[in-house]
Unconditional design. Structure first.
Length: 263
């Protein structure tokens, strides 16, 4: 993060906004995602996890949302922000599925601008976010994450990974790059027990794939490393290879998740 001045400044704004809204009830703010797993890429979000002592009021939700709409996204000439707020008592002691108190992401901007305000809801993906925050060990505010968060059992990492598959399939046509890389990461995590950067997960998966399924994933990997979304392109040949690749990887994921449930 130290080499990306824009992202560093953006994180300072996020931390200031969070502290202003939550005050003394903000226990800590932690980086996760690309920032701590391998470095920000051209289209990477800035991913932040906030740990709070209590659920936010409606007024606080609106204040946090309004601030994030100003801080986040290409229309503001900044990186997209994904910000998740969780009440500590909801995840320590750890239990599944965890509840998220507030979620902001640019993919939901249209709903926010139409008047929707994020509310508490179950979010299995928190198992992955907390694991990445613990692994990254990068506090923006507060103590080290291990002091306030419990580690997530591997069985719940598996459950959370598999729970996101239907939504990923729904987004396959519109967000092909990220969906393919996320499927590669799920496959890698279920096999190795580690959450790897998307490009590293793709490297691992490419070594396991039959040759006919490699080109689409390799293209997604190169886009991730080098390309903004507005510059992304897929040839007809590569597009035709996407669904067979997904079917192959999903069969491997199903095999591994079934085995995990049995054990």
């Amino acid at each position: 993060m130290t080499g990306d001045t824009g992202a560093v400044n953006q994180l300072q704004e996020i931390a200031g906004l969070a502290g202003g809204v939550l005050g003394g009830d903000l226990i800590g703010a932690y980086l996760h995602g690309s920032s701590v797993l391998g470095g920000l890429r051209p289209a990477s979000d800035v991913d932040v996890l906030l740990i709070s002592r209590r659920s936010m009021t409606e007024r606080e939700r609106r204040a946090l949302l309004g601030g994030l709409l100003e801080i986040s996204g290409t229309r503001n000439k900044t990186r997209p922000v994904e910000l998740t707020v969780v009440v500590q008592s909801e995840v320590k002691p750890w239990r599944y599925p965890p509840t998220c108190d507030f979620l902001y992401g640019e993919w939901l901007r249209a709903e926010y601008e139409a008047g929707k305000v994020p509310q508490p809801e179950p979010l299995p993906d928190l198992a992955l976010l907390i694991t990445m925050a613990l692994t990254g060990d990068y506090p923006l505010v507060g103590p080290r994450p291990i002091q306030i968060l419990d580690p997530v059992p591997n069985s719940d990492l598996v459950r959370a990974s598999v729970a996101g598959i239907p939504d990923l399939l729904d987004n396959l046509d519109g967000d092909t790059r990220n969906v393919l890389l996320t499927f590669a990461r799920i496959w890698t995590t279920l096999t190795t027990g580690q959450i790897r950067p998307k490009d590293a997960a793709a490297d691992w998966a490419l070594a396991q794939l039959p040759p006919e399924h490699r080109p689409a994933l390799e293209h997604a990997r190169q886009l991730y490393l080098n390309c903004r979304y507005c510059d992304e392109s897929w040839s007809e040949t590569l597009q035709a290879q996407v669904r067979p690749l997904v079917d192959h990887v999903l069969a491997e994921i199903d095999r591994l998740s079934t085995r995990s449930q049995r054990t």
